[in-house]
Design a protein around this ligand. Structure first.
Ligand code: ANZ
Length: 873
């Protein structure tokens, strides 16, 4: 048979590309570069599902397109392969994480190769391989040298179930976001990265054009999430002197304009002054309160219901610096020790938290700016930052509220009672984990004669990198709570460069480390002397297009930006920002099928039959649902619902399964056809059938599939393309060009479908058939290559120039003109597009001849391209 057969076409072209190194990225100074990147996957146990190739296909479209536009293209792929899940699987199955990880990567590679991506596989990176993490360690040493990595005793999130600490970013609602395991606060010595030093720059560079002309083109939602995370605020630090002492404390406020309304102060339970200033009468109560409060999580404390605000009066008083009034000092857990100065001035009139607290403990509520008519400030706080007039504030009374903030800060500064202050929510990055499967730190702890750490730290010399991860048989923390690496005693004890006995750092780096700089390694993946050469990184520079999931809006993208800025400052990278243009792919959902037991049945194992009402139970609920889905061949009902494709809903679809049924080109095209890239979409395998039909029709447009002798050959192509087909072709070229440039990846497909319809089985002239194959190639590269080769080319089309569209071909042949008599529509005429006025009038007159018969035409009104109106009398 000569029908469209992806099963033979696709492996052939994949082999061809590999053999000819068609997509090898070259540092060609004569061409402009384009760097396209998809976020590298974590090689999970379940392999890629059809959700992953969505962004990879979009990246691939652009990469292939840019290559045809003459750019030198870098389109690489790799694996983000350190992290907890592999360690957990290793523990469960008794296989070393390195072995498990490499097996998984091999499966991912197979899947990716069979999708036909135009990757330069020679640049693959695997973050858990020593030839890669050696350089992660190298960059860590750069951070260390710059004073940006330090050890600190810090309150951390400790996850007992995982036996590790987690970063702030990994904890939501006192649970580890990945597993739902509970976490608690604990003080531990940890490695920290001083990301706060870059807070302002990380914020500014989101919005401003950079000195070298770089400017971020990112989705607004992601920019906003980064801004929120960095959380810059402007305000003042104000000093309060404690009555009867010469001690004082400093509060941070964003509203110094409300200082006259500060009727009490609050110290965080952890504040060092609490113990010292508490009066004897209050001591027992305060101590009990502090002890309890410290064990509560920060989030809990922040979220705490307004009504159950808790706190205790220390008995001490402070002087409000603006009006000299004595205000009580309380201790309460809604003030966090880690933000600002860990102390606040409370303005119950204008802050909701303070208001709730003041109501509960009967503290005075004094407004400092005008209130809306009828507002009862004792009952409810009133929050405004503009539009009101200052009251109860001495010499500041009568000022517009929006001017008062600066005026009060100036006054505080002049009086030496406070100063301007900018604060950030961003905290330093907790950078160590008590895990095995991560990058070892290139750090040594010097030991004394008894073998105890002296506290002195020395870095491992660069020439001794990598510090390889030693083999251990047990990945749990040791009995003393030491990380698993403490078990590798042969590895653990060593000597410092100066010969003193030393012990290696036993923490490992967090999963985020490897992904902070992998895009740089791709520029020079085989370099054994350096993480990347200056020559290559200067050629490839920033990533021109980066596509990935919106779940990385903050963590990965913020961490990578931070590392990049450090590398920029030490002159190792040429740009301030790593990712110039960012796009997010939407989540792919799929139907899932839940049994009454709560277990999910895979979509392949269910069938639809006339319905029945069943009681479905879950952990918390029992509900009646009507369903017409059953486990295939049984009477076991299942409930259909759509949800995120993945393991937990047992609704993953393996790309290989789709490739086997329909081919990779159908899968790629379907992924792009489902809808706009950034939108959530529901996967539907039967949707692939329509796409497969389109590709078959495309095939038949080129290839004779009849039983005739000419079967399998190109169909005869005319000298000239019919006008309608030419218009459809140029429309498709235009749409493909702008669609790919603007990442509107679904619309060009519709235009190509229209083109094939318009041709309705009759080929166009050869040059036009070639142009069609070229614009199809980013989407369906195997088929396009096959057609290209059938048309007599013996090289890949990957480097052919991208077709240009002819605007004049898009113009309509004829246009329809409305014909009115006395302003009433009496008919329409078709005239050639661009016809002159006389031609149009003649046609119009003929059309309404009956109505004009016997009348005198007084006026002929012509609106070009639209209508003719005859005024008769
Ligand atoms: C007085 C005041 C009056 C405040 C008012 C707000 C409104 P953002 O904007 O999020 O940076 N604050 C300061 N340090 C705090 C801490 N460690 N724990 C809890 N709250 C703290 O928040 C700054 C405001 O949050 C500060 O301004 C302070 O309350 C409070 F009408 O001071 B404000």
């Amino acid at each position: 048979s000569h029908a469209y057969d992806p099963a033979t076409i696709e492996p052939r072209w994949q082999a061809y590309w590999a053999e000819h190194e068609t997509f090898k990225a070259v540092e060609d100074p004569s061409r402009e570069k384009f760097y396209a990147l998809g976020m590298f996957p974590y090689p999970s146990g379940s392999g890629l599902h059809v959700g992953h190739p969505e962004s990879y296909t979009a990246v691939d479209l652009v990469a292939r397109y840019k290559r045809m536009k003459g750019f030198s293209v870098l389109n690489p792929m790799g694996f983000d392969s350190f992290g907890l899940p592999a360690e957990r699987a290793a523990q469960r199955d008794g296989i070393h994480p390195a072995v498990i990880t490499d097996e998984r990567i091999e499966y991912f590679r197979t899947q990716l190769r069979r999708l036909g991506f135009a990757y330069d596989w020679s640049r693959e990176v695997v973050s858990s391989h020593a030839d890669y993490y050696r350089w992660t360690q190298y960059i860590f040493l750069k951070l260390y040298e710059k004073g940006l990595a330090y050890l600190d005793e810090v309150p951390v999130w400790w996850c007992e179930a995982q036996g590790t600490v987690l970063s702030n970013e990994e904890v939501v609602d006192n649970r580890y976001v990945e597993t739902g395991d509970p976490v608690v606060r604990r003080n531990m010595k940890q490695w920290m990265l001083r990301i706060t030093e870059y807070a302002q720059e990380l914020l500014d560079d989101l919005d401003q054009p950079l000195p070298d002309g770089q400017e971020l083109d990112w989705p607004e939602g992601v920019l906003e999430m980064q801004r929120q995370w960095i959380g810059r605020s402007e305000g003042a630090e104000v000093t309060f002197v404690i009555d009867g002492t010469d001690e004082d404390f400093v509060v941070y406020t964003t509203r110094p304009d409300t200082l006259f309304g500060a009727t009490y102060c609050v110290l965080a339970p952890e504040h060092p002054l609490v113990a010292r200033i508490t009066t004897d009468a209050q001591r027992a109560e305060v101590e009990a309160y502090v002890e309890k409060a410290i064990s509560r999580s920060e989030l809990d404390r922040q979220m705490g219901d307004a009504k159950d605000k808790t706190g205790v009066d220390t008995g001490a008083r402070a002087t409000n610096p603006v009006n000299g009034e004595a205000v009580p000092i309380w201790v309460a857990d809604y003030v966090l020790s880690s933000y600002g100065t860990g102390a606040i001035m409370a303005v119950p009139a204008h802050d909701e938290r303070d208001h709730a607290f003041a109501r509960k403990f009967d503290l005075p509520i004094v407004p400092t700016y005008t209130l809306p008519d009828g507002h009862d400030i004792q009952a409810e706080a009133y929050v405004a930052s503009a539009g009101e007039t200052v009251i109860n504030s001495g010499e500041f009374d009568g000022m517009a509220l929006e001017d008062c903030k600066a005026a009060l800060i100036d006054w505080l500064e002049a009086e030496g009672k406070g100063e301007r202050k900018v604060n950030f929510k961003l905290r330093d990055w907790l950078f160590s984990r008590q895990r095995y499967w991560g990058e070892p730190f290139p750090i040594l702890h010097i030991l004394d004669d008894e073998g105890n750490p002296t506290g002195e730290i020395v870095p491992v010399p660069v020439e001794d990198l990598p510090v390889e991860l030693p083999h251990v048989d047990e990945y749990k923390p040791t009995a003393t709570g030491e990380p698993p690496l403490a078990r590798a005693t042969d590895w653990l004890y060593t000597t410092a460069p100066d010969g003193r006995p030393a012990m290696r750092e036993t923490n490992t780096m967090p999963q985020w480390a490897g992904s902070c700089w992998y895009y740089l390694r791709y520029t020079d993946a085989d370099n054994t002397e350096l993480p990347f050469s200056q020559e290559n990184v200067r050629y490839w520079g920033d990533v021109d297009l980066y596509i990935g999931g919106v779940e990385h809006a903050v963590l990965h993208l913020l961490y990578a930006r931070f590392w990049h800025k450090v590398l920029f400052d030490i002159g190792l990278v040429p740009t301030r920002e790593p990712f110039t243009r960012l796009a997010n792919q939407g989540m792919i959902l799929a139907n899932s099928y839940r049994r009454t037991t709560g277990k999910y049945v895979h979509p392949d194992d269910v069938e639809q039959r006339p319905g029945q009402t069943v009681t479905m139970t879950s952990a918390h609920t029992q509900e009646e649902v009507r369903t017409d889905w059953f486990v295939t061949g049984t009477d076991t009902p299942v409930e259909q619902k759509s949800g995120k494709m993945g393991k937990s809903l047992n609704n993953s679809v393996d790309p290989l399964e789709i490739i086997e049924r329909f081919g990779a080109d159908t899968l790629r095209l379907y992924e792009m056809f489902m809808g706009p890239l950034d939108q959530t979409k529901v996967w539907n395998t039967s949707g692939c059938e329509g796409i497969h039909r389109f590709l078959s029709r495309t095939w038949r447009l080129f290839v004779d599939t009849s039983d005739a002798e000419t079967a399998g050959q190109l169909r005869p192509m005319p000298e000239e393309t019919p006008r309608e087909a030419r218009k459809a072709l140029h429309t498709a070229i235009k749409e493909a060009t702008t669609g790919i440039e603007e990442l509107k990846v679904n619309t060009p497909i519709a235009k190509m479908m229209e083109l094939v319809n318009t041709c309705s089985g009759k080929p166009m002239a050869k040059a036009d058939m070639e142009a069609f194959a070229l614009i199809l190639s980013p989407y369906a590269p195997h088929l396009a290559e096959e057609l290209w080769s059938l048309m007599g080319h013996d090289e890949s089309l990957a480097n052919e120039p991208w077709p240009e569209w002819d605007e004049s071909a898009l113009v309509e042949d004829t246009i329809t003109i409305a014909v009115q008599v006395q302003g009433k529509l009496r008919g329409t005429v078709e005239v050639p597009n661009g016809a002159d006025k006389d031609t149009v009038l003649a046609a119009a007159r003929a059309e309404v001849a009956a109505q004009l018969d016997g009348k005198v035409i007084r006026k002929e009104i012509v609106v070009p391209g639209r209508l003719v109106n005859f005024v008769v009398g």
